[in-house]
Design a protein around this ligand. Structure first.
Ligand code: FAD
Length: 254
């Protein structure tokens, strides 16, 4: 196949194509890794779809599709692969409800990127949307545990899933609120970036850096006694603007 033409992108923007593509990839490709969805796998998938319905800031037909899927999935105690595939097809028949067949990677284009990049972006977006839409301190964060379950049971890169589960087991239970979820995922993603920098996983056009770089957020890094440190309040401000609805662009979507 001929490679897709290179798209000119702006790193300050978030592209709906990437997060929507991550959603369709999870539902169409990764959810079918089991012949049967039941028990823990099924509850992880139910929780994931429910979280998308609550917090994914998607286009209306995509949200309608997800709501229909959630409604169908909720009462199930087991779902075979063919029932799942049929359900995904049926939801397209409802008025103004659809999900694209194939992914379009924009901010996540590149030789070794696509879905894993989209999955990180999707979950950063969801942790921020959760903090913006449900900032009450007394309700426990739900996006991070959902991501943990999703990655553990469904993420096709099994080695990645094991690494992520190890980080989750070590410290995810210390996360107390929604802002804490944003910061936990940001810092763990940077830990992964540091581990992978210079390895074969790196696309030379997209070096693994400690993120966000200064040109995206000049106030996020501060120098104290000659040491570079992160300012977590600035990180939160930056995340809540970078991963806000207003920063999501529909470019390259059909
Ligand atoms: P990605 O790391 O995928 O990041 C995507 C985009 O997010 C970047 O382009 C940038 O815009 C932004 N970003 C970068 N850092 C941050 C941050 N700290 N906070 C917020 N946004 C950020 N690969 C392995 O080889 N081994 C592993 O163990 C491994 N574990 C993984 C675990 C998970 C949960 C996931 C989702 C992926 C994992 N991967 C692993 C894949 C790897 O992390 C990258 O996703 C992949 O190499 C593609 O890299 P990328 O250049 O697109 O940037």
């Amino acid at each position: 196949t001929t490679p897709a033409p290179w798209k000119v992108i702006d790193r300050r923007k978030l592209y709906m194509a990437d997060v929507e593509s991550a959603v369709l990839y999870t539902l169409r490709r990764e959810a079918t890794r089991y012949d049967f969805l039941e028990k823990e796998q099924l509850s992880a998938m139910k929780q994931y779809v429910a979280v998308l319905v609550k917090y994914f800031p998607g286009r209306l037909p995509i949200m309608n599709y997800l709501r229909n899927l959630d409604f169908w999935l909720r009462p199930k105690t087991n779902v075979s692969k063919s029932e799942w595939e049929e359900a995904l097809r049926n939801k397209n028949e409802l008025p103004n409800a659809w999900l694209p067949e194939n992914p379009t990677w924009v901010g996540c284009q590149g030789s070794k990127r696509g879905f894993p990049c989209g999955l990180w972006t999707l979950f950063h977006l969801l942790t921020v949307q959760e903090a913006l839409l449900s900032p009450q301190p007394h309700t426990p964060p739900e996006v991070l545990p959902t991501m943990r379950g999703y990655v553990h049971y469904f993420f096709g890169c099994r080695q990645c899933a094991d690494h992520f589960e190890a980080m989750a087991a070590e410290s995810m239970n210390k996360v107390r609120n929604k802002d804490g979820s944003i910061l936990w995922l940001w810092s763990r993603h940077n830990r992964v970036n540091a581990r992978l920098a210079g390895t074969a996983s790196e696309d030379p056009k997209f070096p693994k850096i400690q993120w966000p770089p200064k040109d995206l957020c000049w106030s996020c890094q501060i120098t104290i006694n000659g040491r570079l440190m992160w300012d977590e309040r600035a990180i939160l401000r930056f995340f809540k603007s970078h991963f806000s609805r207003g920063n999501i662009y529909l470019d390259f979507l059909k």
